[in-house]
Design a protein around this ligand. Structure first.
Ligand code: SF4
Ligand code: SF4
Length: 378
């Protein structure tokens, strides 16, 4: 089924999916937020019986269980995934130095009516972003905030309200790349957001149990990202996808899909239950590889006398080594870290951060490797 055409005026008037106040969709009670309640296929944009769909919080919208991440945009694979029922795509201007946005714009030339579009607020000029994406509105404007205070600050919605009045955005969302638990929890409780986008790798899923429960209670949808961090094996990835989707607090799993085979494996996983053998394999893997997996909890930064942005530095290294070919995002993110916050000589005799890291990550080694890498790439 194709998505019903939406023009800017239609949704500004609240005609399509109800009114939206401060980014929160009106309408259904929290108790109605049952991700697996049988939806009416006619009401689901881009419905395909091969895909599973889950209700987005308290809204009457349904999102596909798999959504497409923006760090990997393979044009033909995006078309393929959308043909197989995906109805949500995510993007940020910074990905691949802006190239990912252009590529998604090519896809949206013919697919805009089939998908919801979420964009992280890293652009300076929304009109330029809309033009590149070949659309006149964004469905979810994702605010990127890294602390409870900034995530729940109602002042940040001023931008959203301005764009919403102009018919350029529909809903407010929240993402965070540091202090994830605190920022996501505060954002969910604030009632300001329709969609939260927390990093939910294996250890985070455990650590965020309470926030996922609150998301359900408050009727906030959850788009899990950085889900496969630390997993190196396709079978484990698919097992973890099943585990994620077993959690009723998770609406959709966001993933950069780089090949047809990968999408097929994920789609198969969406339709199968997690077996106890898979769950055990995930547990064993998580125990053995915990120290490879930064949860972006920011315990280290809180303990650091120099306020080193440890999780961001480690993330930049991951962009380079794990997101194949994404040197640009790695370099741009590393360059944006304030001077003196990437760690240095002082780390050799300090190591306080390692004492508080819940995952036992060898942080100083990671920071040193990152410095060497980015010196080389610069
Ligand atoms: S080792 Fe470096 S990053 Fe860690 S707490 Fe000390 S100064 Fe901060
Ligand atoms: S390095 Fe450890 S303490 Fe720091 S953000 Fe990552 S998981 Fe948390």
């Amino acid at each position: 089924m194709k998505m019903k055409p939406v023009n800017r005026r239609t949704f500004v008037q609240g005609g399509l999916l109800g009114t939206v106040a401060a980014g929160v969709s009106a309408a259904l009670p929290a108790s109605a937020a049952q991700p697996d309640s049988a939806p009416d296929p006619k009401k689901i944009p881009n419905y395909n019986p091969a895909m599973k769909y889950r209700r987005l919080g308290n809204t009457d919208m349904y999102l596909s269980a798999i959504s497409l991440g923006g760090l990997v945009v393979a044009e033909q694979v995006h078309h393929y995934a959308i043909e197989h029922g995906v109805n949500l795509v995510h993007m940020a201007n910074e990905y691949l130095g802006g190239q990912a946005m252009k590529t998604l714009g090519n896809v949206l030339k013919t697919r805009r009516k089939q998908v919801y579009v979420a964009v992280k607020d890293t652009f300076r000029d929304i009109d330029a972003a809309l033009a590149t994406l070949n659309t006149d509105y964004i469905d979810f404007l994702m605010f990127n905030r890294h602390s409870g205070t900034s995530a729940a600050d109602p002042g940040i919605l001023e931008t959203f309200e301005k764009y919403k009045k102009a018919g350029k955005v529909r809903f407010a969302g929240l993402t965070s790349h540091a202090g994830v638990k605190e920022a996501t929890g505060a954002g969910i409780r604030s009632g300001m957001y329709t969609l939260a986008m927390p990093a939910l790798s294996q250890p985070n899923l455990e650590a965020m149990d309470e926030e996922l429960r609150q998301a359900q209670e408050k009727g906030v949808g959850v788009m899990a990202f950085k889900t496969m961090r630390g997993l190196k094996d396709r079978d484990l990835e698919v097992a973890y996808l099943k585990k994620l989707l077993r959690n009723p607090g998770v609406t959709t799993a966001l993933k950069g899909i780089g090949s047809f085979e990968m999408f097929d494996a994920y789609l198969k996983g969406v339709n199968e239950p997690l077996t106890s053998a898979e769950d055990r394999a995930l547990y064993r893997y998580a125990q053995a590889n915990r120290a490879l997996n930064c949860m972006m909890c920011d315990e280290c930064r809180a303990a650091c006398p120099a306020g080193v942005e440890v999780s961001t530095v480690l993330r930049c290294k991951d962009y380079y080594y794990q997101q194949v070919g994404d040197t640009q995002t790695a370099l741009a993110t590393y360059a944006a870290i304030p001077a003196g916050k990437t760690g240095g000589e002082e780390c050799r005799i300090c190591r306080r951060c390692e004492g508080v890291c819940p995952n036992g990550i060898r942080i100083v080694e990671g920071l040193t490797a990152a410095r060497a890498l980015f010196r080389q790439l610069a």
